[in-house]
Design a binder for this molecule. Structure first.
Ligand code: GLO
Ligand code: MG
Length: 343
């Protein structure tokens, strides 16, 4: 048994297309996916605004709310909650060069329209979290945007969301690169900095994805710890990543078991979830995976979290203390390796 509740987004089960080749698996309907998610033991669903309301650009505000209510009924049918809604700004014609930090006022207005609609959808789905993965908020060409103005626009945009609704919380999901080259908000430290600049820092926190930290060359458990020390770790996207290359979204723990252990340890030790937070996954099956097995990466990731929770329970804190006192870190490190190997 896990002490955590798990969440997953419908994009975690995808058709396998990548930048160099077409899709390789058939699409699965939204309802079929969430039915299966519920059977697999997930408690909540993560949404992009247009996962909940496809073609929302063509709908009125009332029509969008009505569509969102249908999704809420589906969630209820499978006893699932909604964890968050994230405006999907990176796929739209209006936001080729970013939304909030675009140098075009028209694009920035569109980004706000989608953000307000995301808040409307979240309210219909009975959740209070808006996630901003700032996909194109940075530059491909360094000289194409003023970075100071870009950050100021980002703060202004978040303030407008906070003003639009008194209960909504904004979680920034930092990522250093991809699809842009240089992000204006690459790490959780930047998220904390931006939070402190807003009109209500108590409602602006972070969601840390393991792979995004690894892409920045920093440790995911330490990134989580940093946000935890500010009481601002309100979501995680557990996954894995082999080094600083393209974003892989591999199954949690599949590349680095010790890093996986320390992520689970920092979550367990700090009672993550005590305020209703979910352990979210953001994993993708490899392109080679056949459709019959296209949920296996989710099952594997949850299993690794649970196995690591067991390892945290077995962790000998007395021995850790002794080795720290002796400053015998070689022994401490070997102890952790043997623990993970089951020796
Ligand atoms: C991509 C991000 C992405 C977000 C999702 C929710 O690198 O991790 O999957 O988590 O769009 O905002
Ligand atoms: Mg993510």
């Amino acid at each position: 048994m896990s002490q955590f509740k798990f969440s997953v987004g419908p994009w975690n089960v995808h058709e396998g297309g990548d930048a160099f080749g077409p899709t390789v698996r058939d699409s699965i309907s939204f309802e079929e996916k969430i039915k299966r998610f519920s059977e697999l033991g997930f408690s909540a669903i993560q949404f992009h605004d247009d996962d909940a309301v496809p073609n929302m650009n063509e709908l009125t505000e009332d029509e969008i709310k009505a569509e969102a209510r249908k999704v809420k009924a589906l969630l209820d049918k499978y006893s699932l909650k909604a964890e968050f809604v994230a405006p999907r700004l990176w796929e739209d014609d209006h936001t080729h060069d970013g939304g909030y930090t675009s140098m075009s006022q028209v694009d920035r207005d569109f980004a706000m329209w989608r953000s307000y609609r995301s808040i409307d959808i979240a309210k219909e789905l009975d959740c209070d979290k808006i996630v901003l993965w700032l996909a194109r908020e940075g530059t491909l060409c360094y000289e194409s945007k003023d970075p100071v103005v870009g950050v100021n626009h980002l703060v202004d945009s978040i303030n407008k969301m906070l003003d639009y609704d008194d209960n909504i919380k904004v979680l920034i999901e930092p990522k250093p690169n991809e699809p842009i080259d240089r992000s204006f908000c690459p790490t959780i430290g930047h998220v904390m900095g931006i939070s402190s600049r807003t009109n209500d820092p108590s409602r602006v926190g972070g969601l840390l994805e393991s792979a995004h930290a690894i892409l920045a060359g920093i440790d995911p458990a330490n990134e989580m710890a940093f946000a935890l020390s500010f009481d601002k770790l309100w979501g995680v996207h557990l996954n894995d990543q082999n080094g600083m290359k393209y974003d892989q979204d591999k199954s949690f723990g599949s590349e680095n078991l010790r890093q996986a252990f320390n992520q689970v340890r920092v979550l367990v030790e700090n009672d993550f979830g005590k305020n209703g937070e979910y352990v979210g996954l953001d994993v993708k099956a490899m392109r080679t995976q056949k459709i019959e097995d296209c949920y296996r990466h989710l099952e594997n990731s949850m299993r690794v979290v649970r196995l690591m929770e067991e390892k945290v329970k077995q962790f000998d804190y007395e021995l850790q203390k002794k080795y720290i006192e002796e400053r015998n870190y070689e022994a401490l490190e070997m102890y952790v390796i043997e623990l993970l190997l089951g020796l």
